[in-house]
Design a protein around this ligand. Sequence first.
Ligand code: SF4
Ligand code: SF4
Length: 344
Amino acid sequence: MKKETMGFKGGFHLLDAYPLSVCNIIDEISSDSTPETFQFPVFGQKIKHVIVNLCPTEPWALPNWVILKHKTIVFFNMIKEIQKTYFSDARLYLAITEKEDRVVEEARNFAGGEDWIRVFSLSAKYPQDDPVILTKIVLGMDVNFGQDTKPFGILILDPQTISAMHEQGIMRKDVTSRYLALSGTGLRENEIIHVELGTSVEKILKNKVREAVTFRVFINGPLRGKEITDFSQKIDWSVNNIVVLEEKNRKALFPMFKADELAFTTNLIGESRRCVYCNFCDDICPVDLEPALYYHSYVRGEKHKARLYNMGKCIECGLCSFICPSKLELQKIIIECKALGKHE
Ligand code: SF4
Ligand code: SF4
């Protein structure tokens, strides 16, 4: 087994910039109706490569320890059984964050000289674990953003899905719940919850949001996830985390003076700000695009022209919007321009 450490140059260390601590107490939340059941992944094609993503790169993502439970070898044995049962002709790749050096070492010892498994220790730079980047690093193959990798014989699985496949497929027990990370400034505390599938977001957030705060809720993080306003939405297997952010759109310059005239709004967006040509967005883009170029085409009313500059390669990671000092909504602009192409 070849030992290697690989990574990519773009992206950003969000985990270092925003370290998040979650309390270890796991709250159990049950659904009010019959819980839904985990749907075992269906593969119509022969799977040749299985990538296990143990490299979460977002501060609010579910940490590995929740599933590995500090019993890494038990987890690796689970993977071995799954490989034998379902993918006996496939090679397995463990993509592990280099921050967890003990897990990396145990994985390398476990893999030993075996040919069916390879271990990759990766820098936890966001969005290193995006399927486009992961596939490129691990297999050297190019897939497009949003493309299903199964027709290429590639399956990317997170540790929780591995654990559910083992429980349901091998142990023959129905899986009706999953772990979620619940975090954000709008909450009393960051915690891990174990929730039945089909439970509403409203039930999950009950008694967990801080009193008297205006907040916004995101499913799967504020960078690539979706903001929701309908809290009757139910949790399914695709939900890894819920982020609740306190919405502060006014900032007092001198809080000791309680005068409204001394407050200004902080939620101004693109229309009242300008690109300052800092190139931060170009520098941070993990797939070497030039988001500022898209912005300038967009504000000139040339949305079609914006799409000419490789926009299809954008993996919608949101880093350009995140880093822009003028707070221009670059990711939103890109998604709007891409959608224009789809509807033509
Ligand atoms: S959203 Fe697209 S353009 Fe912006 S940094 Fe990410 S990949 Fe690059
Ligand atoms: S980060 Fe924002 S201000 Fe800087 S070049 Fe990009 S779009 Fe312009």
